[in-house]
Design a protein around this ligand. Sequence first.
Ligand code: C5P
Length: 399
Amino acid sequence: MAQTIGIGMCGGIAAYKIADLVSKLKKHDFDVIVMMTEAAARFITPLTLQTLSGREVLTDLWTESREWKVQHVGVAEQLDLLVIAPATANFIAKMAHGLADDLLSTVVLANTAPVLVVPSMNTNMFENPAVQDNIQSLLRRGYHFMDPDSGLLACGVTGKGRLPEVDDILKHILALLKPRQDLAGRKILINAGSTCEDIDPVRFITNRSTGKMGYALARTAAARGAEVVLVSGPTHLEIPSGVEFISVRSARDMCAAMLQHQPGCDIIIGAAAVGDFRPATPAEQKIKKNEDGSGRITIDLAQNPDILKELGKKKEPGCIMIGFAAETENVLENALAKLAAKNLDLIVANDVSMEGAGFACDTNICTLISSRTDIRPMPLISKDDVAEAILNRAAELLL
Ligand code: C5P
């Protein structure tokens, strides 16, 4: 289930930036409940936030809610994190003194989730001892604060008081949220990286995969409580903590390790770029070149097993199998063909010719496809976020 973030907006000119924050939180699959003070609604319309968050925006303590019997208590109970942004001097004072005279301040008092306060105001107001004392008192109670940025403020003054960049607020939010333990008790088998096929004792055939996507999946799944087995070809990446790590070189070794760990798995993910061919008979000694430059050799290649196809043949009931389809053309059709051929439940398709997608970068542009009628494109996001989205979809398919 998605985590719920409450966004409490106060009346400051930076309120318009929160529209972007809400949009980004939605792209991260969070459920977002926006609450606005009366003053906030003078800077940006609740309709904008309602459209972006996809749910009712709460502004008034006295309006009957369709969702909750006692609105402020019901909302507070649902929150995994409450973010007050922009936080004005007035609202910080209200929080510090426990005032509860509008919807947002009552939610703050009823809330037991962590609170992140993001102040934004004129420099002198921010530095005023009254405001600073209130901040100190909230810090002592365990509230989290972000320091305002410095720069030209809307009031014309240059100094401290700007709302931090939306991406920085987002990072803070992600860091504060405890990873869900929604995959606790699940066994997940993942392969990652490239494979190496020996030509002779010193040379081998490999590919450009760095293993970043598979490692992000292993790290994220472990953080969400899963028991993870990571079967990896050679990479330069740090082994994620809390996973059982099996190092392999060739596609056949990888296949054997995957088959060995297949029994009892809830989710199997083939993120490795498995070499489809290997030298049929690797030379026992280093192959020598001709000193006169006339050398010419032919390497006879034999086909490797298709690991996912092998696992697919032995698929256990209830196990969700996920593969990747890195394509340069006809992405959808090729991905659907692989979904069927490998007996998969989900295929993560991407056009590797697009900038920001595919090998060796930290981002990806993927589409999650579980059937011809269930195609979910995603924007350019980090591989960590792609990993979260894949695991969210896998968790849905497990139900
Ligand atoms: O058929 P193609 O190589 O495009 O399929 C990609 C998907 O199949 C990836 O998930 C990859 O890990 C998996 N695969 C495999 N064994 C192979 C080739 C690909 O498991 N020999």
